[in-house]
Design a protein around this ligand. Structure first.
Ligand code: NAD
Length: 479
């Protein structure tokens, strides 16, 4: 077992502790397949304690001034920055991404806490002019109540901090179910808040059997809001359950981002930016470019360039500073990649490079470029969530927009062109929550992040992210 990795406990009502039934799950290093530690597995009695703690903490936390919440959150952000190197090492051990990416994730996590802390100080209401003299009409923003949050393994800090920073800044309490595959990074995030002095019960962290926990938390009367990041299939189940119980919902679900390279694009910029974002976190990113649509006049040049970048990409253990792409996070993704590739090849696709597992230890998969991929293949319809790049030629604007908007996903879309007219037309035509043109500008702390169609609803980041944890309350008073 690595000396850096400690077993991960639950955090309930201000205490780090084992599960009541003392059950645990193993945590695996995806680069070695070795067990590096355990994570405590919560059952209903643990959840009941977390719910009671969140309920009682909400009553006092909602009355703490936004200024005092801000001061505490700024301390948590500073602690996260101080501990960035150590937390990044843990993240790479349990999740697999290169150490440089882990460091960025911790640093951005701190920025998110700062931004939400600051923004909540400006959660202004308003006074509406009355129809009758002596009447006052007041709108104030109130926190929605205790939140149940569910976050995945691909960004164990970022996915959690998006939710908890907005919730805590708004005055809500939280029961967070973190990722069992990468629990220590999420625990380190919570610990920064604990050490900054967050009152007991405001932030509770549990792990366990995901369906068992969501089945219990979503209908529970203490919980007022559900927020989930993960696959569309699971998101639809959770949203349906939340709907039955009239709970507020934010859903950050899957994507299948078109990346359009028009005839007049700067091909070097397109190749560099798109390949970096294709292979970041081994492609396990909901806004990763996943359908490459390239004008026929640039097509061969783009395929050759992308193939060369993929072939030269250093793949290995994320703890090695030379590594640019680590393993997939767990064995399910490896099987998924093999399934996508074999299905595409059976339907006529050509593998320009990659297409296979690397070695037989660790969940490594080759950076892969596929051409001649028909639209009836699984990879052109299901979120690949891995280092696969299917590249398809197109002839004109209408044709490429039809393909870009063909799927029920609508999270991110990318376009490259030197023409302002084409850029504006693409920006308007793409059915997507996020459109990034000629660069990768998605997912900044101050900008809204989220999808349309089957990619979900609600936003994280930006003013919109805070609003998802606030109710407008209208009071009218006559003298
Ligand atoms: P999965 O669908 O089993 O799980 C995805 C996430 O949802 C995990 O964090 C899991 O713990 C959680 N989950 C699953 N069932 C749940 C339930 N009933 N209640 C509460 N949480 C539940 O798949 P997986 O193999 O872990 O990941 C594969 C797919 O998940 C990917 O193809 C991708 O589409 C999606 N995913 C998306 C994101 C994202 O950032 N949007 C992150 C991770 C995974």
């Amino acid at each position: 077992m690595s000396s850096k990795y400690s077993d991960v406990k639950l955090h309930i009502n201000g205490k780090w502790r084992d599960a009541i039934a003392t059950e645990t799950l193993d945590v695996i290093n995806p680069a070695t397949e070795g067990v590096i530690g355990t994570v405590a597995l919560a059952r209903t009695p643990d959840l009941d304690e977390a719910l009671e703690a969140a309920n009682s903490a909400f009553r006092s936390w909602k009355s703490v001034s936004a200024f005092d919440r801000y001061n505490l959150m700024r301390k948590a952000a500073a602690l996260l920055r101080e501990r960035a190197d150590q937390i990044a090492g843990i993240m790479t051990l349990e999740q697999g991404k290169p150490i440089a990416e882990s460091k960025i994730e911790v640093a951005v996590g701190a920025d998110r806490i700062d931004w939400m802390a600051e923004e909540a100080r400006r959660a202004y209401g308003r006074i509406i002019p009355p129809r009758t003299e002596g009447v006052y009409q007041l709108v104030v923003k109130e926190p929605v109540g205790p939140v149940a949050a569910f976050t995945p393994w691909n960004f164990p800090i970022n996915q959690a901090v998006q939710k908890i920073s907005a919730a805590v800044a708004a005055g809500c309490s939280v029961v967070l179910k973190g990722p069992e595959e990468a629990p220590a990074s999420t625990a380190a995030l919570i610990n920064a808040f604990v050490d900054a002095g967050i009152p007991d019960g405001v932030l509770n962290l549990v792990f366990g059997i995901p369906a068992e926990i969501s089945d219990y938390l979503i209908p529970h009367p203490i919980i007022r809001k559900i927020t989930f990041t993960g696959s569309t299939a699971v998101g639809k189940q959770l949203a349906a359950k939340a709907g039955e119980h009239m709970k507020l919902v934010t859903m950050e679900l899957g994507g299948h981002a078109p990346a359009i390279v028009f005839e007049d694009a700067d091909i070097d910029v397109a190749l560099n930016v798109l390949s970096a974002n294709k292979f970041r976190n081994a492609g396990q990113v909901c806004i990763a470019p996943t359908r490459f649509l390239v004008h026929e006049n640039l097509y061969e040049q783009f395929v050759d360039g992308f193939t060369k970048i993929a072939e030269e990409l250093p793949v290995g253990d994320g703890s090695d500073p030379e590594t640019k792409m680590g393993p997939l996070a767990h064995d399910r993704r490896l099987e998924a990649m093999e399934g996508f590739v074999s299905d595409a090849v059976a339907k006529g696709a050509n593998i320009r490079t990659g297409g296979q597992r690397v070695g037989n230890k660790g969940y490594f998969f080759q950076p892969t470029v596929l051409t001649d991929v028909s639209t009836d293949t699984r990879i052109m319809n299901e979120e690949p969530f891995g280092p696969l790049a299917p590249i398809t030629p197109f002839q004109d604007f209408d044709e490429v927009m039809e393909e870009a908007n063909r799927l029920s996903y609508g999270l991110a879309a990318y376009a490259y062109t030197r023409s302002t007219k084409t850029a504006e037309a693409a920006g308007a035509a793409l059915e997507s929550g996020i459109v990034s043109i000629n660069h990768h500008g998605a997912a900044l702390v101050e900008t809204p992040f989220g999808g349309i169609k089957d990619s979900g609803y609600g936003r994280e980041g930006g003013l919109e992210g805070l609003e998802c944890y606030l109710h407008p309350k209208f009071t009218t008073q006559a003298n």
